[in-house]
Design a binder for this molecule. Structure first.
Ligand code: CA
Length: 239
């Protein structure tokens, strides 16, 4: 057998979903995009398949009989074999508190039912493109987005070429979000990653910092999006 180059390898998506018709729709639409799709109807089987197949992404319904989706996510992320598999949660409207929990456990993103096939495919591709969360938050990277420049190494933010004064916390917050465009972070995640545990009490309200950052970046404030009931996100680069 001729070994194909790695770049030509079909990517595998594991779908854990107990509703047969939804599983079918997902299967059809992702297969059509060239993905290899594997399905599981319950959490236990899904975990076993994730270990065996090492899929490129796991699409995980949260409302499953037996082992629910959050528990599946928790176990995946606690297991060295599976912790690097990106997880996209599939949720129903009104499950924002579960989304917050799931993101805190290391899930990468979520789609809300009912979703369009186009939306689903776009989300899956976006998560695959973006890769794993960068634990160093992008470190010294200089980020340029339209007329907004965030240079954390030089402690400098420029808006349309004009330097704007930022506190260290505001700078880290903007830089961290901008280094992960399209990814939603909960307030807790931002607190621990941006502000840290040693911050004084008055520092611990993320919304206040986000408000300050928005005021300072003026026309680019629209890039810093509020995700209702969940947290904040820097707008995805259109592709
Ligand atoms: Ca379900």
């Amino acid at each position: 057998m001729v070994k194909r180059p790695a770049s030509k390898k079909r990517r595998t998506i594991l779908v854990v979903e107990d509703e047969e018709d939804i599983l079918e729709i997902i299967h059809y639409n992702l297969s059509r995009e060239g993905f290899r799709v594997e399905g599981s109807r319950d959490g236990e089987e899904g975990l076993a398949k994730a270990r065996r197949l090492n899929p490129d992404l796991l699409l995980l319904d949260l409302m499953l009989p037996g082992l629910d989706g959050l528990e599946v996510c928790r176990r995946l992320k606690a297991d060295d074999l599976t912790r690097r598999i990106p997880v996209v949660m599939v949720t129903a409207k009104g499950e924002e508190s579960d989304v917050v929990l799931g993101l805190g456990m290391g899930a990468d993103d979520y789609v809300v039912k009912p979703f369009s096939p186009r939306e689903l495919v776009a989300r899956v591709k976006a998560v695959l493109r973006r890769g794993p969360l960068r634990e160093d938050g992008g470190a010294g990277e200089r980020i340029v987005r339209d007329g907004l420049v965030v240079d954390i190494a030089r402690h400098e933010v420029k808006v349309d070429g004009r330097p704007v004064s930022f506190t260290a916390t505001e700078m880290r917050l903007l830089h961290f979000l901008a280094a992960h465009p399209g990814r939603v972070f909960t307030r807790d995640q931002l607190l621990s990653r941006v502000i840290g545990e040693h911050a004084i009490v008055v520092d611990r309200n993320i919304d206040v910092h986000v408000g300050a950052v928005r005021r300072k970046i003026g026309p680019y404030r629209v890039l810093l999006e509020t995700v209702r009931g969940v947290g904040y996100r820097f707008r995805e680069v259109e592709g």
